[in-house]
Structures are given as C-alpha cells and as structure tokens.
Write a protein that binds this ligand. Structure first.
Ligand code: ZN
Length: 311
C-alpha cells in the first residue's frame, strides 16, 4: 500500500496538482487553467477534476492520506478558508477551501485525513525551507520577486502566519526610493510598487524610459545598452535588498532565499540587491547567506505536500 498526499497549487492563471510521496516529491503533475473569473465553485471543481484524474491514473494500491493546498489569496490556515483575495478571483474571499475539497473528494479521502490550506507564497517558501535552498536551516526568510512580491517566514521550523493571516507580507513594507510609485494596495512607497516586475517597469516609465518598452522583460532585455533600463533595474533590486535588510534585522533568519522571475534578470539585479542589503544590514547580519531558490516551479507543490504530511 503506497500512501500519498494530494498537493495543489492554485495560482492566478493555472492550477497544478500532483500526488506526492513521503518525501514530498510530486509523482506526476497535471496542470489546468484556473477559472478564477468564474467563481469559487469552478476553481474547486478544477481541483477535484485534477485529483480524480491523478487518482484514476495511479497504481491501484495507492492510498490518499492527506491534502496540501497552496492558493492565491490571504488564507486562514486554521479553518482552511480564504480571508481576502485580489479582484481576479471572483467570490474567492470566504471560500471554505478545505471543506469544499473534502466534500468533492468524497470517499477518495479517508474521514479525518488532514487538508492543509495555506497561501501560495507560503507554500513556495515552505518548499524551499524543507527541500530547497533553506533545507537544514531552523529559520529562514524566503522572498519571491515576480509579478508581485511575497515572502514566507519560517521560525523554529514553523511558518509564521500572524494574528491577521498576513505574516510575511513584505510587499507592503515602506522602502526608500519608492515614494513616487503607487502600490497595488493604493498606498505610496511600498516595496511592491518598485520591487515587483510591474513595479520595475513603472519605475522605468517614471524615469522617462522608452515608451516602446512595454514590460519588465523588455526593460531587462535592454539593460546592457540603455542606461535608464539599467538604473530602473538597479533601483528596483536595491529596494528589495533594503527590505530584506529590514526584515532580517527584525527576524535574524539563519538564511534568506530569493526566488521568482525577476531575480532571473541576473547580475544586473543581484549585484544592486546584495549591495543594498550589505549597506543597510548591521554587522551581525552581514554574513547572513542570501541564496537563490533551487526548486523553481516545484517549490509550491513540495511545500503543499510537506504541510499535508506534517499536519
Ligand atoms: Zn502596498
């Protein structure tokens, strides 16, 4: 009898699901578009459809013993429920994800088997903590820099959730250099307003960058020959480095892990990010390792699986 857990990653555009073994390794992964605009029932239906396909294709002696879910939105992990979400997810806030998935799986999931629901960035962070760049550490700050900016904090092996379910929301820390940019939360000067991919692009525009460039990828592509592009990248990266220094000062994590699409810009991003960290961090924190994530797209599923086994 092979025991497995179902690991799910519900993102804004796609939902990935896999059965995972005791080491949190996805055995086979299926992906489907997330019908975010169609409402909560459609999103849950997608999860159940993927689960049913995975179970139908699995060995007959496979036994599902738990579920781990990472999802877009702020999550009340104790109730497996969505607290709030961006507008792209129709009627997602208030959705009792754990209850609905248990109902949908029916007899496929034994009564009382755990269903661990958490925010997708926290699942990503827990993946890197258990199996990736922070494996073996007792505490870590894991920062994901992509379309937005997110972070997961693990202290003493336990994810920090916070009293309002937003522990690790580094996106909305004020950072010097972002005062002229509006954050998606509608406030001025937050990290996400300059540090995210969209923020990097908005900063490029604010510096008078070439209007022919339409996104952060375009800015990155011309960094070598366009001084405005190079400056936008350097400023954006430095803001992330400052925010990490601030968060590290508060938490003193054993390791810092940086993941997501924006750091893939390479040295033009990592150089200024690390320089800003070193400039701000006090002596005791200067040697805190700041590492690139190692799991890539597997991180959220491995983190979701790890939460399911540990629940
Ligand atoms: Zn904000």
């Amino acid at each position: 009898m092979a025991e497995v857990v179902l690991a799910v990653d519900i993102g804004g555009t796609k939902t990935a699901a896999a059965l995972a073994d005791r080491n949190d390794v996805p055995l086979a992964t299926l992906v489907a578009p997330t019908p975010a605009a169609e409402g909560a029932a459609a999103v849950i239906r997608t999860v159940i459809d993927l689960a049913e396909q995975l179970l139908a294709a699995a060995d007959p002696d496979t036994r599902l013993v738990g579920v781990g879910i990472g999802t877009a939105g702020v999550v009340d992990t104790t109730r497996g429920m969505i607290v709030s979400a961006t507008d792209t997810f129709a009627d997602w806030p208030g959705t009792r994800v754990a209850d609905l998935v248990r109902e949908g799986l029916g007899d496929s999931l034994p009564a009382g088997a755990p269903i661990a629901v958490q925010n997708d960035v926290d699942a990503h962070a827990f993946g890197e903590f258990t199996h990736g760049a922070a494996a073996g550490a007792s505490s870590a700050l894991i920062v994901a820099v992509g379309t937005g900016v997110g972070a997961g904090i693990v202290l003493g092996g336990q994810p920090l959730r916070g009293a309002h379910h937003v522990g690790g929301e580094i996106a909305h820390m004020p950072v010097p250099g972002a005062e002229h940019l509006r954050c998606p939360c509608d406030r001025m000067g937050h990290l996400e307003a300059i540090g995210s991919g969209i923020g990097l692009y908005n900063h490029f525009v604010s510096l008078g960058g070439d209007p022919a460039v339409v996104n952060a990828r375009g800015v990155a592509a011309r960094a070598a020959e366009d001084p405005i592009a190079a400056r936008a990248i350097a400023d954006s990266a430095a803001s992330v480095g400052r925010a990490i220094a601030g968060a590290a000062t508060l938490l003193d994590p054993e390791r810092v892990v940086v993941t997501g699409g924006v750091p893939n810009i390479g040295d033009a991003w990592w150089g200024p990010m690390l320089a800003a960290f070193r400039a701000e961090a006090i002596d005791a924190l200067q040697n805190t390792p700041i590492l690139a994530g190692t799991l890539g797209d597997d991180a959220p599923l491995r983190g979701a699986a790890a939460a399911a086994w540990r629940n």
